[in-house]
Design a binder for this molecule. Structure first.
Ligand code: SAH
Length: 219
């Protein structure tokens, strides 16, 4: 009930624009992904701390904005950098494979913090996402070439620049959404589109606040 109210609020605000993104957010129980101490805030539209890791689960409106920009199609192969709780990846799984019953994974999500890898994996297992989502413990700033190329790439931590390996691992006609630090410590959400000929176009979707991306192409 609280989930439904939150999603309808995001629809009213114009943040959720499509039926597909609305359905995905209604399908995924955010209260199953928040840290236990944060349970009562699960359906507030705010980011929440993931225990003492220093990381956060993004605010629902940010998940919605990113998913609308990604325009995920059924059957898309998706890379997420920054698994955190696994909540965002779960919404991507519903968008690419609504039955959650895929013969092989479609969502590859890379996390550098091993306690969050375990947390997200247990969430996926308990909630039936394990067939569609594969969690990888790695430096995701280099992408995950093993399962590339990807139709969609989502980065949920702010990068100093768009990591070149991520551009390489994006298919022609692919879309990537990534927060990028600009001058004066400001971050902007960037939509990267690769056309059929492999040319890349970037668009600024506005200012955002994310935790920093670590690793080789991070801070
Ligand atoms: N999408 C998450 C929110 C992630 S917060 C959710 O739905 O809950 C950003 C995450 O990026 C953190 O968990 C952090 O540990 C991770 N991260 C930072 N740098 C990384 C890197 N180089 N590779 C993989 N994960 C990284």
């Amino acid at each position: 009930e609280r989930k439904r109210r939150l999603v309808e609020q995001l629809v009213a605000e114009g943040v959720v624009k499509t039926e597909r993104v609305r359905n995905a957010m209604l399908r995924v129980p955010r209260h199953e992904f928040v840290w236990p101490s944060q349970l009562e805030y699960a359906y507030d539209d705010i980011p929440l701390p993931l225990g003492d890791t220093g990381q956060t689960i993004s605010a629902p409106h940010m998940v919605a904005i990113m998913n609308e920009l990604l325009e995920v199609q059924i059957g898309d192969r998706i890379l997420e950098v920054g698994t955190g709780s696994g909540y965002h990846a779960a919404t991507l799984a519903v968008l690419t494979c609504p039955s959650l019953d895929s013969p092989s994974p479609l969502v590859y999500t890379v996390e550098i913090n091993s306690s969050l890898v375990k947390f997200a994996e247990s969430n996926f297992m308990r909630l039936g996402f394990s067939r569609v989502i594969k969690v990888v413990e790695e430096d995701g700033s280099k992408g995950y070439p093993e399962a590339s190329p990807y139709d969609r790439i989502l980065v949920t931590a702010a990068a100093p620049k768009i990591p070149p390996p991520l551009i390489e691992q994006l298919k022609p006609s692919g879309r990537m959404v990534i927060p990028v630090q600009s001058r004066f410590f400001e971050q902007n959400l960037i939509l990267v589109e690769k056309d059929v000929d492999g040319r890349v176009r970037k668009n600024n979707a506005g200012p955002v606040i994310f935790v920093p991306l670590r690793g080789d192409y991070g801070f």
